[in-house]
Design a protein around this ligand. Structure first.
Ligand SMILES: Nc1nc2c(ncn2[C@@H]2O[C@H](COP(=O)(O)OP(=O)(O)OP(=O)(O)O)[C@@H](O)[C@H]2O)c(=O)[nH]1
Ligand SMILES: [Mg+2]
Length: 215
C-alpha cells in the first residue's frame, strides 16, 4: 500500500488464441479498453497495459482504501502470425517494463465450453512456467470463460470440476484450486467489474499481497 492509501494489483492475462483474454481484461477494468472479437486471425498481437483506479474500494483501520488495478493483455499462444518464441519475448519484455515491482496473479484463461486437451493447452502452461519460474503455481489462477455454457450442459460448477479430465484436474491441483468462472457479460463491463475483481483480490489477499518477480 502506498502513502495515498492506494493498493496496486498487477494482473497478467495468458491463454490460447480466442479464449477470451481481452474480454476478461475488459470485464476486470469495467470498460472496452482491449479489442475483443471473433476473427479468423488472432486479434491481439501486442502486449497492452491498461489500468483503472477505483477510489474507496474498501476500508482499512477507518480509512478509505483505493484500488489501482493494472491488467496486462497478451497475444494468444499458439498465435496465427507470431511464433511461440516471439510471443514469449513480447510478454517477458512487457512484464519487465510494466511490472518491475512484480506480479500479483497470472490469470490462465481456459474455455469452459471446449474439453481440456493437454496437447492444446501445453503451450500456455509451459509459457506460464517459463515466464514466472518455479513459483508460478502460487501466483496463477485459472479463469474459465464461456461459463454460461456450463448451465446449458445442466451442470453446476462443482460437477464441471469433478468431471474434469486428468490434465485439467492436475493443473487445478497445481494452482491450489484457484479458479473462477466467467460468463458472457450480460450487462456492461462496468457492472461486472466488482465481482470479478473481488474474486481475484481474494487470491491476492491469501498470498498476503506478495508479488512474484518474473524470470
Ligand atoms: N459466450 C461467450 N463469449 C465470450 C466469452 N469471453 C469472450 N467471448 C467472446 O469470444 C471472442 C474472443 O474473445 P477475445 O476476448 O477477443 O479473445 P482473446 O483471447 O483476447 O483472443 P486473441 O486476442 O485473438 O487471442 C469474442 O467474440 C468475445 O466476445 C464468454 O465468457 N462467453
Ligand atoms: Mg485478445
Amino acid at each position: 500500500m502506498d502513502d495515498n492509501n492506494e493498493i496496486t494489483i498487477n494482473l497478467l492475462l495468458l491463454g490460447r488464441t480466442q479464449c477470451g483474454k481481452s474480454s476478461l481484461g475488459n470485464s476486470l477494468l469495467g470498460s472496452y479498453e482491449f479489442e475483443s472479437r471473433i476473427f479468423p486471425q488472432s486479434v491481439t498481437k501486442e502486449c497492452r497495459l491498461r489500468r483503472i483506479r477505483i477510489p474507496e474500494f474498501a476500508r482499512r483501520r477507518g480509512k478509505e482504501l483505493g484500488l489501482s488495478l493494472q491488467v496486462l493483455d497478451t497475444p494468444g499462444i499458439p498465435h496465427s502470425s507470431l511464433n511461440q518464441d516471439e510471443v514469449k519475448r513480447r510478454v517477458r519484455k512487457a512484464l519487465s517494463e510494466h511490472f518491475p515491482e512484480g506480479l500479483h496473479m497470472a490469470l490462465l484463461v481456459l474455455r469452459a465450453d471446449i474439453p481440456y486437451c493437454e496437447e492444446d493447452n501445453q503451450h500456455t502452461v509451459k509459457l506460464t512456467e517459463d515466464l514466472l519460474g518455479p513459483n508460478w503455481k502460487y501466483f496463477t489462477a485459472v479463469i474459465f470463460t464461456h461459463a454460461e455454457k456450463i448451465e446449458d450442459m445442466r451442470m453446476t460448477e462443482e460437477t464441471f470440476i469433478s468431471l474434469a479430465p486428468k490434465g485439467l484436474s492436475t493443473l487445478l491441483q497445481k494452482v491450489h484450486d484457484r479458479c473462477i468462472f466467467k460468463e458472457q457479460p450480460q450487462g456492461t463491463p462496468h457492472e461486472e467489474r466488482g465481482v470479478l475483481a473481488n474474486q481475484i483480490l481474494h487470491f491476492v489477499r491469501q498470498n498476503s499481497y506478495q508479488t512474484l518477480k518474473p524470470m
